[in-house]
Design a protein around this ligand. Sequence first.
Ligand SMILES: C[S@@+](CC[C@H](N)C(=O)[O-])C[C@H]1O[C@@H](n2cnc3c(N)ncnc32)[C@H](O)[C@@H]1O
Length: 212
Amino acid sequence: MGGKIIIAGIGPGSVEYISPAARAAIDNAKILVGGRRALSQFAVDGQKTFAITADIAAAVDFIRANLDAADVVVPVSGDPGYYSMLDVLRREFAPEIIEVIPSISAIQLAFARAKMPWHDATLLSFHGRCPSDEELFYEPRRVLGLLTDGTFNSQSIAQLLMERGWSPTTRLIICSRLSYEDEEIIRTTLGDSARSEAIKHCVLIVGGGDDD
Ligand SMILES: C[S@@+](CC[C@H](N)C(=O)[O-])C[C@H]1O[C@@H](n2cnc3c(N)ncnc32)[C@H](O)[C@@H]1O
């Protein structure tokens, strides 16, 4: 295997939030292995592409089979260091052949939209998983930054947190479609969100209000 695997973040959506280094790696790639959004946004004629689906093993096999030919560039949403294919690829390939190029994470952009620092926030993911009760405990002034998915969404997570001791009046900021033209930032509470229509695949910022 002569090539490198370059895992390049593409930001949360709009090209404004992809780092120039990641964009250059993707534009110069001969082989591109990514999700359908990434491929439709960035792939150009002449690049060999492979679409990542739920069959992650197939993507790993494709990368292994093509590494001799050239570097393989893997565009991933947001930042590679925060819940991406990097995890899988680190288990499958030696670190010496892996390069990681950061971009803006959806979490970073959500806190920026909320105009809040995130150095004291607890960052957790409900994307395809549910954090443990020990991670979800309530404490005054605690701030959570949460990734979500279809099942764990603005409604079900609000309900789940209240069942774990968070007050219905706790501030909740729902950040959806970040960086896209139809981006929406909704300031609400856990109680109201649990009674409202579910918003899926968003970032939730819990707490940080004056009374939280
Ligand atoms: C598998 S995680 C990938 C996170 C990514 N590595 C990052 O740094 O943003 C996917 C989740 O990120 C969040 N996400 C990604 N893009 C988003 C966007 N444009 N607006 C809101 N949330 C987004 C959603 O919670 C989504 O379900």
